[in-house]
Design a protein around this ligand. Structure first.
Ligand SMILES: [Zn+2]
Length: 357
Protein backbone atom coordinates (compact mmCIF):
# COMPACT_ATOMS: atom_id res chain seq x y z
CA UNK A 1 0.00 0.00 0.00
CA UNK A 2 2.84 2.34 0.81
CA UNK A 3 3.86 2.44 -2.80
CA UNK A 4 0.71 4.20 -3.76
CA UNK A 5 0.56 6.89 -1.13
CA UNK A 6 -2.55 8.95 -1.01
CA UNK A 7 -4.37 6.93 -3.60
CA UNK A 8 -4.58 3.78 -1.57
CA UNK A 9 -5.27 5.74 1.57
CA UNK A 10 -8.03 7.72 0.03
CA UNK A 11 -9.67 4.75 -1.55
CA UNK A 12 -9.43 2.63 1.53
CA UNK A 13 -10.83 5.47 3.58
CA UNK A 14 -13.71 5.87 1.21
CA UNK A 15 -14.80 2.36 2.21
CA UNK A 16 -17.23 2.08 -0.62
CA UNK A 17 -15.86 1.94 -4.11
CA UNK A 18 -18.04 2.59 -7.09
CA UNK A 19 -16.73 0.24 -9.70
CA UNK A 20 -16.21 1.49 -13.17
CA UNK A 21 -17.62 4.79 -14.21
CA UNK A 22 -20.21 2.45 -14.46
CA UNK A 23 -21.74 0.78 -11.61
CA UNK A 24 -23.64 1.50 -8.51
CA UNK A 25 -25.39 4.77 -8.54
CA UNK A 26 -27.07 2.97 -5.64
CA UNK A 27 -24.76 1.86 -2.80
CA UNK A 28 -24.18 -1.90 -2.69
CA UNK A 29 -25.76 -3.93 0.08
CA UNK A 30 -22.43 -4.78 1.62
CA UNK A 31 -19.26 -2.70 1.68
CA UNK A 32 -16.92 -3.47 -1.15
CA UNK A 33 -13.39 -4.33 -0.30
CA UNK A 34 -10.57 -1.92 -0.80
CA UNK A 35 -8.70 -2.27 -4.03
CA UNK A 36 -5.56 -4.31 -3.76
CA UNK A 37 -2.99 -1.69 -4.58
CA UNK A 38 -0.05 -3.98 -3.92
CA UNK A 39 -0.74 -6.46 -6.64
CA UNK A 40 1.41 -6.61 -9.73
CA UNK A 41 0.33 -4.72 -12.84
CA UNK A 42 -1.62 -6.40 -15.59
CA UNK A 43 0.29 -9.14 -17.39
CA UNK A 44 2.76 -7.74 -19.85
CA UNK A 45 1.49 -7.63 -23.34
CA UNK A 46 3.35 -6.50 -26.35
CA UNK A 47 2.77 -3.03 -27.74
CA UNK A 48 2.65 -3.00 -31.47
CA UNK A 49 3.46 0.05 -33.49
CA UNK A 50 2.48 -0.55 -37.03
CA UNK A 51 4.61 0.92 -39.79
CA UNK A 52 1.67 2.81 -41.24
CA UNK A 53 0.97 4.60 -37.99
CA UNK A 54 3.45 7.40 -38.30
CA UNK A 55 2.40 10.34 -40.40
CA UNK A 56 4.85 12.39 -42.44
CA UNK A 57 5.89 15.57 -40.66
CA UNK A 58 5.45 18.03 -43.50
CA UNK A 59 2.35 19.91 -42.35
CA UNK A 60 3.57 20.36 -38.80
CA UNK A 61 6.65 22.26 -39.83
CA UNK A 62 4.50 25.02 -41.27
CA UNK A 63 2.95 25.64 -37.86
CA UNK A 64 6.16 26.26 -35.99
CA UNK A 65 6.28 30.00 -36.44
CA UNK A 66 2.63 30.58 -35.49
CA UNK A 67 2.43 31.95 -31.94
CA UNK A 68 -0.18 30.24 -29.77
CA UNK A 69 -3.13 32.25 -28.51
CA UNK A 70 -2.62 33.43 -24.91
CA UNK A 71 -6.20 32.73 -23.93
CA UNK A 72 -6.18 29.39 -25.66
CA UNK A 73 -9.25 28.17 -23.77
CA UNK A 74 -11.36 30.52 -25.88
CA UNK A 75 -10.48 28.51 -28.98
CA UNK A 76 -12.28 25.35 -27.87
CA UNK A 77 -15.46 24.94 -29.87
CA UNK A 78 -18.32 23.02 -28.28
CA UNK A 79 -19.93 22.76 -31.70
CA UNK A 80 -16.89 21.18 -33.30
CA UNK A 81 -16.52 18.80 -30.36
CA UNK A 82 -20.19 17.88 -30.65
CA UNK A 83 -19.74 17.09 -34.35
CA UNK A 84 -16.97 14.68 -33.46
CA UNK A 85 -19.23 13.08 -30.86
CA UNK A 86 -21.96 12.76 -33.46
CA UNK A 87 -19.60 10.95 -35.85
CA UNK A 88 -18.71 8.46 -33.13
CA UNK A 89 -22.33 7.85 -32.17
CA UNK A 90 -23.45 7.43 -35.78
CA UNK A 91 -21.18 4.40 -36.09
CA UNK A 92 -23.54 2.63 -33.66
CA UNK A 93 -22.53 0.44 -30.71
CA UNK A 94 -18.72 0.33 -30.43
CA UNK A 95 -17.73 -2.43 -28.02
CA UNK A 96 -14.13 -3.59 -27.68
CA UNK A 97 -13.08 -6.01 -30.40
CA UNK A 98 -15.81 -4.96 -32.84
CA UNK A 99 -15.51 -3.79 -36.45
CA UNK A 100 -17.42 -0.68 -35.38
CA UNK A 101 -14.72 0.24 -32.91
CA UNK A 102 -12.18 0.06 -35.72
CA UNK A 103 -14.27 2.69 -37.54
CA UNK A 104 -14.16 4.82 -34.41
CA UNK A 105 -10.38 4.46 -34.35
CA UNK A 106 -10.09 5.63 -37.93
CA UNK A 107 -12.12 8.75 -37.12
CA UNK A 108 -9.93 9.52 -34.12
CA UNK A 109 -6.73 8.99 -36.09
CA UNK A 110 -7.97 11.15 -38.95
CA UNK A 111 -9.04 13.87 -36.52
CA UNK A 112 -5.66 13.99 -34.83
CA UNK A 113 -3.52 13.71 -37.94
CA UNK A 114 -5.51 16.48 -39.61
CA UNK A 115 -4.10 18.89 -37.03
CA UNK A 116 -0.54 17.61 -37.04
CA UNK A 117 -0.58 14.94 -34.33
CA UNK A 118 1.24 11.67 -34.74
CA UNK A 119 -0.81 8.68 -33.63
CA UNK A 120 0.56 5.45 -32.22
CA UNK A 121 -1.57 2.33 -32.08
CA UNK A 122 -0.78 0.49 -28.86
CA UNK A 123 -2.18 -2.96 -29.60
CA UNK A 124 -2.40 -5.82 -27.10
CA UNK A 125 -4.51 -8.84 -26.28
CA UNK A 126 -6.04 -9.84 -23.01
CA UNK A 127 -8.26 -12.52 -21.58
CA UNK A 128 -11.81 -11.40 -20.87
CA UNK A 129 -14.92 -13.24 -19.66
CA UNK A 130 -15.72 -13.60 -23.38
CA UNK A 131 -12.32 -15.04 -24.27
CA UNK A 132 -9.22 -13.32 -25.66
CA UNK A 133 -9.80 -9.86 -27.12
CA UNK A 134 -7.44 -7.58 -29.01
CA UNK A 135 -7.49 -4.02 -27.73
CA UNK A 136 -5.99 -0.86 -29.25
CA UNK A 137 -5.13 2.31 -27.34
CA UNK A 138 -4.52 5.36 -29.50
CA UNK A 139 -1.78 7.71 -28.34
CA UNK A 140 -1.33 11.18 -29.83
CA UNK A 141 1.93 13.14 -29.64
CA UNK A 142 3.00 16.42 -31.19
CA UNK A 143 6.33 17.82 -32.34
CA UNK A 144 6.68 21.59 -32.88
CA UNK A 145 9.46 20.98 -35.39
CA UNK A 146 7.72 18.21 -37.25
CA UNK A 147 10.18 15.61 -36.07
CA UNK A 148 9.01 12.07 -36.82
CA UNK A 149 8.68 9.93 -34.87
CA UNK A 150 7.82 12.51 -32.26
CA UNK A 151 10.26 12.42 -29.32
CA UNK A 152 8.72 10.77 -26.29
CA UNK A 153 10.40 12.82 -23.61
CA UNK A 154 8.67 16.19 -24.00
CA UNK A 155 5.23 15.22 -22.65
CA UNK A 156 4.30 16.35 -19.12
CA UNK A 157 0.53 15.82 -19.00
CA UNK A 158 -1.79 12.99 -20.00
CA UNK A 159 -5.22 13.92 -21.34
CA UNK A 160 -7.37 10.84 -21.76
CA UNK A 161 -10.76 9.28 -22.42
CA UNK A 162 -12.13 5.85 -23.24
CA UNK A 163 -13.63 5.40 -26.68
CA UNK A 164 -15.26 1.97 -26.42
CA UNK A 165 -18.91 1.54 -25.49
CA UNK A 166 -20.38 -1.06 -23.20
CA UNK A 167 -21.66 -4.21 -24.89
CA UNK A 168 -25.34 -4.99 -24.31
CA UNK A 169 -27.37 -7.82 -25.80
CA UNK A 170 -30.72 -6.43 -24.72
CA UNK A 171 -30.53 -2.82 -25.85
CA UNK A 172 -28.91 -0.84 -28.64
CA UNK A 173 -26.39 1.17 -26.67
CA UNK A 174 -24.56 3.88 -28.59
CA UNK A 175 -22.91 5.64 -25.63
CA UNK A 176 -23.33 9.26 -26.67
CA UNK A 177 -22.21 10.48 -23.29
CA UNK A 178 -20.47 7.32 -22.04
CA UNK A 179 -17.67 6.92 -24.56
CA UNK A 180 -18.74 9.42 -27.22
CA UNK A 181 -18.67 12.77 -25.42
CA UNK A 182 -15.14 12.65 -24.06
CA UNK A 183 -13.77 11.11 -27.25
CA UNK A 184 -15.20 13.84 -29.48
CA UNK A 185 -14.07 16.54 -27.07
CA UNK A 186 -10.54 15.14 -26.98
CA UNK A 187 -10.33 15.34 -30.78
CA UNK A 188 -11.34 19.00 -30.54
CA UNK A 189 -8.78 19.50 -27.77
CA UNK A 190 -6.12 18.18 -30.15
CA UNK A 191 -7.10 20.78 -32.73
CA UNK A 192 -6.88 23.59 -30.20
CA UNK A 193 -3.59 22.47 -28.67
CA UNK A 194 -2.04 22.33 -32.14
CA UNK A 195 -2.57 26.11 -32.31
CA UNK A 196 0.19 26.33 -29.71
CA UNK A 197 2.86 23.80 -30.72
CA UNK A 198 4.97 24.38 -27.59
CA UNK A 199 1.98 23.52 -25.41
CA UNK A 200 0.90 20.58 -27.57
CA UNK A 201 4.38 19.06 -27.30
CA UNK A 202 3.87 18.78 -23.54
CA UNK A 203 0.64 16.80 -23.84
CA UNK A 204 0.08 13.11 -24.50
CA UNK A 205 -3.46 12.38 -25.71
CA UNK A 206 -4.65 8.87 -24.95
CA UNK A 207 -7.83 7.16 -26.13
CA UNK A 208 -8.34 4.00 -24.09
CA UNK A 209 -9.93 0.84 -25.42
CA UNK A 210 -11.67 -1.65 -23.14
CA UNK A 211 -12.73 0.61 -20.29
CA UNK A 212 -16.12 -1.05 -20.11
CA UNK A 213 -16.54 -4.39 -18.39
CA UNK A 214 -17.56 -7.25 -20.67
CA UNK A 215 -19.87 -8.65 -18.06
CA UNK A 216 -19.50 -6.53 -14.97
CA UNK A 217 -16.75 -5.35 -12.74
CA UNK A 218 -15.30 -8.03 -10.52
CA UNK A 219 -17.28 -9.34 -7.60
CA UNK A 220 -16.93 -6.73 -4.85
CA UNK A 221 -15.46 -9.30 -2.50
CA UNK A 222 -12.67 -10.01 -4.93
CA UNK A 223 -12.20 -6.53 -6.32
CA UNK A 224 -8.68 -6.17 -7.56
CA UNK A 225 -7.83 -3.81 -10.32
CA UNK A 226 -5.36 -6.24 -11.81
CA UNK A 227 -7.88 -8.88 -12.68
CA UNK A 228 -10.93 -6.69 -13.00
CA UNK A 229 -13.19 -7.10 -15.98
CA UNK A 230 -12.66 -3.64 -17.45
CA UNK A 231 -10.04 -0.84 -17.57
CA UNK A 232 -8.09 -3.02 -20.00
CA UNK A 233 -6.62 -0.15 -22.01
CA UNK A 234 -5.64 2.09 -19.11
CA UNK A 235 -4.10 -0.80 -17.18
CA UNK A 236 -1.99 -1.75 -20.17
CA UNK A 237 -0.97 1.84 -20.93
CA UNK A 238 0.05 2.48 -17.31
CA UNK A 239 2.01 -0.74 -17.15
CA UNK A 240 3.90 0.19 -20.32
CA UNK A 241 4.63 3.68 -18.96
CA UNK A 242 6.06 2.18 -15.83
CA UNK A 243 8.15 -0.43 -17.64
CA UNK A 244 9.56 2.09 -20.11
CA UNK A 245 10.52 4.52 -17.36
CA UNK A 246 8.35 7.24 -18.91
CA UNK A 247 5.94 7.39 -15.98
CA UNK A 248 8.20 9.79 -14.08
CA UNK A 249 8.15 12.43 -16.81
CA UNK A 250 4.46 13.15 -16.28
CA UNK A 251 3.34 15.76 -13.76
CA UNK A 252 -0.36 15.00 -13.89
CA UNK A 253 -3.21 13.47 -15.84
CA UNK A 254 -6.77 14.51 -16.60
CA UNK A 255 -9.39 11.93 -17.51
CA UNK A 256 -12.64 12.95 -19.18
CA UNK A 257 -15.65 10.65 -18.98
CA UNK A 258 -19.31 11.53 -19.52
CA UNK A 259 -18.81 15.27 -19.93
CA UNK A 260 -21.62 16.07 -22.36
CA UNK A 261 -24.81 16.01 -20.28
CA UNK A 262 -26.94 19.13 -20.83
CA UNK A 263 -27.31 19.27 -17.08
CA UNK A 264 -23.60 19.33 -16.34
CA UNK A 265 -22.22 18.64 -12.88
CA UNK A 266 -18.78 17.16 -12.57
CA UNK A 267 -18.83 14.78 -9.60
CA UNK A 268 -15.37 14.87 -8.05
CA UNK A 269 -14.59 11.82 -5.96
CA UNK A 270 -13.13 12.08 -2.43
CA UNK A 271 -9.74 10.72 -3.53
CA UNK A 272 -9.17 13.30 -6.28
CA UNK A 273 -5.56 14.56 -6.15
CA UNK A 274 -5.81 17.59 -3.84
CA UNK A 275 -3.54 20.07 -5.59
CA UNK A 276 -4.81 19.22 -9.06
CA UNK A 277 -8.38 19.53 -7.82
CA UNK A 278 -7.70 22.93 -6.24
CA UNK A 279 -6.09 24.25 -9.39
CA UNK A 280 -8.79 22.97 -11.72
CA UNK A 281 -11.48 24.45 -9.50
CA UNK A 282 -9.55 27.72 -9.56
CA UNK A 283 -9.66 27.61 -13.35
CA UNK A 284 -13.39 26.89 -13.23
CA UNK A 285 -13.76 29.87 -10.92
CA UNK A 286 -11.75 32.12 -13.20
CA UNK A 287 -14.04 31.23 -16.10
CA UNK A 288 -17.24 31.58 -14.07
CA UNK A 289 -17.95 27.85 -14.34
CA UNK A 290 -17.47 26.75 -10.74
CA UNK A 291 -21.15 25.89 -10.37
CA UNK A 292 -20.68 22.91 -12.68
CA UNK A 293 -18.30 21.19 -10.28
CA UNK A 294 -19.54 19.27 -7.25
CA UNK A 295 -18.44 16.45 -5.01
CA UNK A 296 -19.31 12.76 -5.00
CA UNK A 297 -19.43 10.78 -1.82
CA UNK A 298 -17.68 7.66 -3.06
CA UNK A 299 -14.68 6.70 -5.17
CA UNK A 300 -15.26 5.98 -8.82
CA UNK A 301 -13.14 3.26 -10.37
CA UNK A 302 -12.30 4.46 -13.84
CA UNK A 303 -9.36 4.82 -16.23
CA UNK A 304 -7.59 7.31 -13.94
CA UNK A 305 -7.01 4.63 -11.35
CA UNK A 306 -4.12 2.77 -13.06
CA UNK A 307 -2.38 6.12 -13.63
CA UNK A 308 -2.67 7.10 -9.99
CA UNK A 309 -1.25 3.71 -9.09
CA UNK A 310 1.93 4.52 -10.98
CA UNK A 311 2.08 7.86 -9.16
CA UNK A 312 0.83 10.15 -11.86
CA UNK A 313 -1.77 12.27 -10.02
CA UNK A 314 -4.79 12.01 -12.29
CA UNK A 315 -8.18 13.59 -11.81
CA UNK A 316 -11.40 12.13 -13.17
CA UNK A 317 -13.65 14.82 -14.61
CA UNK A 318 -16.84 12.77 -14.82
CA UNK A 319 -20.49 13.67 -14.50
CA UNK A 320 -21.78 10.59 -12.76
CA UNK A 321 -25.12 12.25 -12.10
CA UNK A 322 -26.56 11.01 -15.38
CA UNK A 323 -29.83 9.07 -15.26
CA UNK A 324 -29.41 7.72 -18.81
CA UNK A 325 -26.13 6.02 -17.88
CA UNK A 326 -25.94 2.51 -19.41
CA UNK A 327 -29.40 2.75 -20.94
CA UNK A 328 -30.67 3.05 -24.51
CA UNK A 329 -31.42 6.68 -23.64
CA UNK A 330 -27.76 7.67 -23.61
CA UNK A 331 -28.24 9.55 -26.87
CA UNK A 332 -27.12 12.79 -28.51
CA UNK A 333 -30.36 14.52 -27.50
CA UNK A 334 -29.22 14.48 -23.89
CA UNK A 335 -25.97 16.24 -24.66
CA UNK A 336 -25.14 19.83 -25.40
CA UNK A 337 -22.19 21.47 -27.14
CA UNK A 338 -22.09 24.00 -24.29
CA UNK A 339 -21.22 21.32 -21.75
CA UNK A 340 -18.37 20.06 -23.90
CA UNK A 341 -17.17 23.62 -24.36
CA UNK A 342 -17.15 24.27 -20.62
CA UNK A 343 -15.02 21.24 -19.79
CA UNK A 344 -12.72 21.95 -22.73
CA UNK A 345 -12.24 25.54 -21.60
CA UNK A 346 -11.58 24.73 -17.94
CA UNK A 347 -9.08 22.07 -18.95
CA UNK A 348 -7.25 24.37 -21.36
CA UNK A 349 -7.19 27.18 -18.81
CA UNK A 350 -5.52 24.82 -16.38
CA UNK A 351 -3.10 23.46 -18.98
CA UNK A 352 -1.98 26.98 -19.84
CA UNK A 353 -1.38 27.68 -16.14
CA UNK A 354 0.36 24.37 -15.40
CA UNK A 355 2.45 24.00 -18.52
CA UNK A 356 3.04 27.64 -19.33
CA UNK A 357 3.31 29.53 -22.53
ZN1 LIG B 1 -20.00 2.91 -19.19
Amino acid sequence: MADFGWVATAITAAALVVTGCKRAAVPPASPETAINADAAPAPGLKPATLPGDIRPPTKVAAKVTAPGPVEIWKEFSGERAFEEVRKQVEIGPRPAGSAELEKARTLIEDGLRRTGWEVERQTFSNETPRGPVTFVNLIGRFSPTGQSPVPRDTQRAILCSHYDTKRFSTIRFTGANDGGSSTGALIELARVLALDPALAAQVELVFFDGEEAFVQFTDPDELRVDNADGLFGSRHYASQLRKSGRARQFQFGILWDMIGDRDLTITLEPGSPPELTREILASADALGLRQHFGRYDRSILDDHYPLNRIRIPTINLIDFDYPAWHTADDTLERLSPESLQKIGAVTLHYLRKALGK
